[in-house]
Design a protein around this ligand. Structure first.
Ligand code: ADP
Ligand code: MG
Length: 699
């Protein structure tokens, strides 16, 4: 039996040579070939008598070859195949260049079809390089809507059409992963029909409907996956963290500021989750600087007051240290013991007593005995064999922009941690500083609850954002000189370079660093971080920057500059147009973290419409959610995610912004899962979903 999983080698028609060529298109199985969808279609369905043909239109004619000659052009470098085709109403000439085999294929006397546009020459109108086929063949390359495929060297659309058409003649078992009832309800074609329609549609409606079906399929899979994860999570139990809200009040009063409304809403949502026996699974999403730490701190405090342990994990040691400093300051008036455990730090601090450096085994022992209430560390904390006495809450500060798969992984690890409480798992909260557009949140985070900080603390000064043209470069340097004289600090971000060119990037960074140190700011201290530095080296530079031993930090874009440097007031970005808006906004968020007026300078040599329009959006708005939506709209999800290798086929990518589709898919997935929570009745569908999910690797 041939199925979609059958390797393509099993097809006798495709030889070795082609096998290796199509592997470049990621075609390895029959299913892959079926799912190599056309990028577009050309409409050759307009069949005309030769007497009525006109230029500038896509047309098809059918007739007999009445003349055929091949010549070599005067430079003797080019073959020219020329035929005359006649029907009952007239005749027309057609030409091809450099396809000598056509001489034989287009023998005089044969009946053929030609499709294309007519060109106008000295001796009348003619077809130049038209699509052709023998009239006896089922219209495939001419006379219909013809699919145009993504191609690769040596693999043409013509060849793909032929192969895919042959597939439909085989006796293939098409297993449709979408239940029949759903297809019927939504008026979508079944798999076999949809595949046929997407490759060989008779009319536009057919391929549109087929595309709709496949878009639904992807979104449906995605939703099923997240509901399955959610369902599994809901089977687990957590400790209900009992506490009295009044206990939080003194802490809130001790803050030097009022919480924003969205901070209040977020912490109440979290506290409501914590008192339940069902483990929390929540994402706290808020722009850089929106005040996520306080919200997390309230959850940590509530947990500590209820006499349970909690952890807060950051992506890097520097950030972990920063969290430790923040949290210990915030809780100085409480008798809470806070520990910092990373590769280089093992510190504990209780209330306003002094910090105490202890050994690794000592801190591990204390954690196990429950003598540390809040443990702060890096993500590796979760994976190490650390034993807790009664860990009830895990909070993770995320590092990746859209760490969908990373998040799922951490969530899994968090549930496996030796929390010390029998048959329970900790409540789980992640924090992301990348504002996620609504549609994407809906599409990807269906399995978790969201708290959103979409307003900034009131006292925040606007960061003055300016697009700087090359002629104003020196002026900007002068301005920097002045700010540094006022003891402010500066970030300079170098342009984005593809991952594969990281060496070039490093070189460029080293060069720019030298240029700035020697020519532009000879009397300033300039630091450099790039992707090639060892992590200790990176941390050392960051540390120096934090301590204001460096005036200007030059960094490549690969470097996570997530640390808080309140004294930095200028963010300068080279070739800003190469970055996504959201990313630029992230960079900008590195300044403006104090009462000093801050600036973001976007260097750009491009003054094309789109590039300027995008950067202008940044000048205008300081709201990360607004910017993310705009970014998504302007660049599309593929670019938005920052990587072309996200694994989602383009057709699906487009649909990531289609709210209606997402809602319908979610609805159907919910119905299905309610009815069959573990997909026991739909085991093949479950397999398909898992395979599909593995293919998605979002950053
Ligand atoms: P992020 O969301 O990027 O983690 P932080 O939690 O680090 O932001 O907060 C940034 C700064 O804003 C901190 O210095 C914090 O003390 C301050 N902050 C937080 N909430 C408020 C508020 N409601 N009003 C004023 N300042 C605040
Ligand atoms: Mg933060």
């Amino acid at each position: 039996m041939i199925t979609l999983k059958t390797p393509i080698q099993k097809l006798p028609r495709i030889g070795e040579k082609y096998l290796s060529k199509i592997s470049h298109l990621n075609i390895h199985t029959i299913g892959d070939l079926f799912f190599h969808f056309p990028a577009r279609y050309v409409d050759y369905s307009n069949l005309m008598p030769i007497s009525q043909i006109k230029t500038d239109e896509l047309i098809t004619i059918q007739g007999k070859i009445t003349k055929n000659k091949t010549t070599r052009t005067w430079r003797r470098k080019m073959y020219l195949t020329e035929i005359l085709v006649s029907d009952a109403t007239g005749s027309v000439k057609a030409l091809w260049f450099n396809q000598p085999y056509l001489t034989e294929a287009l023998e005089e006397g044969r009946e053929i079809r030609l499709s294309g546009k007519l060109s106008k020459g000295k001796s009348g109108i003619y077809f130049s390089n038209p699509s052709w086929e023998l009239a006896s063949r089922i219209p495939t390359n001419t006379g219909r809507l013809v699919p145009i495929y993504p191609e690769t060297a040596g693999v043409t659309s013509r060849w793909l059409r032929w192969q895919i058409q042959c597939l439909f003649k085989l006796n293939i078992e098409f297993f449709d992963p979408i239940p029949q009832e759903i297809l019927q309800k939504l008026h979508l074609p079944d798999l076999k029909r949809a595949l046929f329609w997407i490759h060989f549609p008779k009319k536009e409606d057919q391929y549109l409907l087929a595309q709709k079906r496949f878009a639904f399929q992807e979104m449906f899979f995605l939703q099923i996956k997240s509901l399955l994860v959610r369902h599994q999570w809901n089977q687990e139990k957590a400790v209900a963290i009992k506490f009295n809200e009044k206990q939080i009040n003194p802490f809130l009063k001790s803050l030097p500021f009022q919480l924003t409304n969205s901070q209040k809403k977020a912490y109440l949502e979290i506290l409501k989750d914590l008192i339940k026996e069902q483990p929390m699974n929540r994402l706290l999403n808020g722009d850089v600087g929106s005040g996520k730490t306080i919200v997390a701190a309230i959850a940590l405090l509530a947990t500590a007051l209820a006499k349970y342990q909690s952890t807060l994990m950051a992506p890097t040691e520097v950030l972990a240290l920063q969290h430790f400093k923040n949290i210990t300051t915030l809780f100085a008036l409480h008798k809470i013991t806070i520990g910092l455990l990373t590769n280089s730090y093992q510190i504990i601090k209780k209330g306003n007593a002094a910090e105490k450096k202890i050994t690794r085994s000592e801190i591990l022992e204390k954690i196990k005995k429950g003598q540390v209430d809040i443990i702060i560390g890096t993500h590796s904390l979760i994976q190490k064999d650390i034993r807790f006495k009664n860990l009830a809450l895990v909070i993770i500060d995320e590092q990746h922009r859209f760490g969908v798969s990373q998040r799922a992984f951490l969530q899994q690890e968090a549930s496996k941690i030796s929390d010390g409480i029998k048959n329970k798992i900790p409540h789980f909260l992640t924090m992301s500083a990348t504002p996620i557009p609504r549609t994407l949140a809906l599409a990807f985070f269906g399995n978790l609850d969201l708290s959103i900080l979409d307003e900034m603390p009131k006292d925040r000064k606007k960061i003055i954002t300016q697009i700087i043209s090359p002629t104003d470069r020196q002026k900007t340097y002068n301005f920097i000189q002045k700010e540094v004289a006022d003891s402010r600090q500066v970030f300079i971000i170098l342009p984005l370079v593809e991952e594969s060119k990281i060496l070039t990037e490093t070189k460029a960074a080293v060069q720019e660093h030298r240029r700035l140190s020697e020519e532009v700011f000879p009397d300033l201290k300039i630091g450099l971080v790039h992707g090639r530095l060892k992590s200790e080296e990176k941390e050392r530079v960051m540390q120096n920057f934090q301590e204001n031993k460096i005036n200007i930090l030059v960094a490549t874009s690969v470097v996570e500059v997530g640390v808080d440097i309140p004294n930095a007031s200028i963010m300068l970005i080279e070739d800003a147009d190469r970055f996504g808006l959201s990313q630029l906004h992230q960079f900008r968020g590195r300044v403006g973290r104090s009462s000093y007026q801050s600036y973001c300078f976007l260097f750009s040599e491009k003054n094309s419409g789109l590039a300027q329009r995008r950067l202008k959006a940044l000048e205008k708005s300081q709201n990360g959610f607004e910017i993310a939506e705009k970014d998504l709209k302007l660049r599309g999800p593929g670019e938005f995610f920052g990587t072309r290798q996200s694994g989602l086929p383009d057709i699906g990518m487009e649909n990531l912004t289609n709210i209606k589709l997402i809602k319908i898919s979610r609805n159907e997935a919910e119905n299905l899962i309610t009815d069959d929570p573990f997909l026991e009745k739909h085991s093949s569908l479950k397999k398909e979903v898992d395979t599909f999910y593995q293919k998605i690797h979002l950053e």
